[in-house]
Design a protein around this ligand. Structure first.
Ligand SMILES: C[S@@+](CC[C@H](N)C(=O)[O-])C[C@H]1O[C@@H](n2cnc3c(N)ncnc32)[C@H](O)[C@@H]1O
Length: 278
């Protein structure tokens, strides 16, 4: 299951915007020091940058680490254009750009191998279900300074719903989550497991709230590029069903593709946003 793709991540952006938990976001903004140093793990296309500006955080030092070089290259160009519009011009630098009071760099690499640092905030969005939690938390603790915050928005938590009802729904959902669990380091219940870990650990769990994705047609049309986003989700599920011997799977996937084309399919994924001070 390969999630790293510019069109998929850009289409996901609007779905995330609706889903992000406002209470957790507000706690993050209340606790963030002025002019924070921010490191983003698995930055993808860099969608966090325009979101920070929209939230009123315009003075910061940001480093996005992403292992896919094509995404890094897209993020540098596209986010420079976004911030130029927002703050009135950018100056290119070796790994990114300066925009008003913000400096931005993107680096191709393994976020889990991050060096020791002194960041005020580590962001890891839609990432915690892809990697071992020990490695993720250890990397975040290395990157953060003493009072640093770890923000984990859009953390998948093992709920995948499609509507209208189909008789194979429960079997398909189980097979999909089983396939995710079988991939090395992945956890289809990452949200609840991280919630437990953060509660039990020495740090402070400052915020936790649901951030479920809901993609639904409005008068038979999906907003923005969300029809494409949903087609990719269906392909992830179809890949998981391949060879899984699930009763009714063929009819399930054909029905879902038909409903998507007709603008009749709704999709919900259960997720958490967490804010933790290690
Ligand atoms: C589901 S995408 C989320 C991207 C972005 N955070 C967002 O929400 O739009 C997961 C991203 O993790 C990246 N990735 C996976 N393992 C990584 C690692 N060890 N270090 C850096 N990036 C990684 C993938 O290339 C992909 O861009």
């Amino acid at each position: 299951m390969e999630h790293a793709n510019v069109r998929y991540l850009e289409a996901k952006r609007g779905v995330d915007d609706r889903a992000l938990n406002r209470r957790v976001r507000d706690r993050l903004l209340a606790d963030l020091p002025p002019a924070p140093e921010i490191v983003e793990f698995a930055a993808g296309t860099g969608v966090t940058l325009p979101r920070l500006v929209e939230w009123g955080v315009t003075e910061f030092d940001y480093l996005g680490i992403e292992r896919d070089a094509d995404l890094v290259s897209y993020a540098r160009d596209r986010r420079a254009a976004d911030l130029a519009d927002a703050v009135g011009g950018v100056t290119p630098t070796e790994q990114g750009f300066r925009a008003g009071d913000a400096t931005v760099a993107f680096r191709t690499g393994d976020a889990l191998a991050v060096d020791d640092g002194d960041a005020d905030l580590v962001v890891a969005q839609a990432f915690a279900d892809l990697v071992p939690h020990d490695d993720l938390l250890a990397a975040a603790e290395r990157a953060l300074g003493p009072d640093g915050l770890l923000y984990l928005p859009i953390t998948f938590d093992g709920g995948t719903l499609f509507q209208p009802d189909h008789p194979a729904d429960d079997r398909v959902e189980a097979a999909y989550h089983d396939r995710i669990a079988a991939e090395p380091g992945r956890d289809p219940r990452a949200g609840r497991h991280l919630l437990d870990r953060c509660r039990a650990a020495d740090g402070d769990l400052l915020g936790a709230g649901a951030s479920d994705w809901i993609v639904r047609p409005i008068e038979g049309e999906y907003p923005g590029d969300e029809g494409f986003f949903l087609s990719r989700i269906l392909e992830f599920v179809a890949d998981a069903l391949d060879g899984a011997n699930v009763d009714g799977a063929t009819d399930w996937i054909e029905t879902r593709r038909r409903q998507l084309a007709a603008g009749e399919l709704t999709y919900v994924a259960h997720q958490y946003d967490l804010l933790y001070a290690p």
